[in-house]
Ligand binder design. Structure first.
Ligand SMILES: O=C(O)Cn1ncc2ncnc(NCCc3cnc(NC(=O)Nc4cccc(Cl)c4)s3)c21
Length: 273
């Protein structure tokens, strides 16, 4: 039987619903595939903008990489199609939307919620790294929440197979590790750094090296100028985990499988994720 991926989709296969969000390259809509009644998210990208930003190769790489990834904490990309002006990504629908909006609303998360998210992201990244894929863009804007509250890594627009490692700078620097900010060789341990940044931001509501000027953020990253504010109160165990992830020397960062055995994760993460 032909799998979903081989079907040639087109817009008439879908009923289009409400807008879910708007990104730099286009809008995302709720949609229902007519034959199966399957609810999906449809991201509409304008070819003109993709050409202008010269990201077509990144999009092709994302579709290629995503077609091999199956993990409960990775948002599925079921397929794509295009017409004269647009490219459409057929995506798994994350019913509770964007994590960064949830973080803005709560200001910061409890240690249990933060540890549960960090553990599920670690498992998803172990899975990716096992397939020689590094995401390289782990930040709240790329995390969505499924119907059962589970975290989903989305937007592999910046991911790569670990044989080619070039990356042009764009977007926020906050989550980049020193080796990427200094644009030297990098490997899967970049995702460990970004997960450490995320863990800090889940607990404090702001990323650790945030500064008014790019130049100050850059300096704080390369100096690993890590400070823990007195408020909100965060357990020493959580600070210990973050300190083991935000290490300048990438080979010295806590490996992801060791993260899952760290006391803070063991004592706080909900095993179901
Ligand atoms: O997030 C929202 O706005 C709202 N939202 N709410 C619920 C929900 N459920 C599923 N998906 C959503 N949004 C799309 C998430 C993406 C996944 N994968 C992507 N890939 C991509 O954009 N690639 C890409 C684009 C342009 C250039 C290049 Cl190089 C690559 S975007 C949802």
């Amino acid at each position: 039987a032909s799998t979903v991926a081989q079907k040639r989709w087109n817009l008439s296969d879908f009923d289009i619903g409400k807008p879910l969000g708007r990104g730099k390259f286009g809008h995302v809509y709720l949609a229902r595939e007519k034959r199966s009644n399957h609810i999906v998210a449809l991201k509409v990208l304008f070819k003109s903008q993709l050409q202008q930003s010269q990201v077509e190769h990144q999009l092709r790489r994302e579709v290629e990489i995503q077609s091999h990834l199956r993990n409960p904490n990775i948002l599925r990309l079921y397929g794509y199609f295009y017409d004269q002006k647009r490219v459409y990504l057929i995506l798994e629908y994350a019913a509770r939307g964007e994590l960064y909006k949830e973080l803005q609303k709560c200001k910061y998360f409890s240690e249990r919620r933060a540890a549960t998210y960090v553990a599920s992201l670690a498992r998803a990244l172990i899975y990716c790294h096992g397939k020689h894929v590094i995401h390289r863009d782990i930040k709240p804007e790329n995390l969505l929440i499924g119907a059962q509250g589970e975290l989903k890594i989305a937007d592999f627009g910046w991911s790569v197979h670990t044989f080619n490692r070039r990356r042009t700078m764009c977007g926020t620097l906050d989550y980049l590790p020193p080796e990427m900010v200094e644009s030297v060789e990098h490997d899967a341990s970049v995702d460990i750094w970004s997960l450490g940044i995320l863990c800090y931001e889940f607990l404090y509501g702001v990323p650790p090296f945030e500064a008014m000027e790019h130049s100050d953020t850059y300096r704080r990253i390369v100096q690993v100028d890590l400070k823990f504010p007195p408020k909100p109160i965060v357990s020493p165990s959580a600070k210990d985990l973050i300190s083991q992830m935000l290490v300048k020397e990438s080979s010295q960062r806590l490996p992801l499988h060791k993260l899952l055995e760290h006391p803070w994760i063991v004592q706080n993460a909900d095993p179901s994720g």
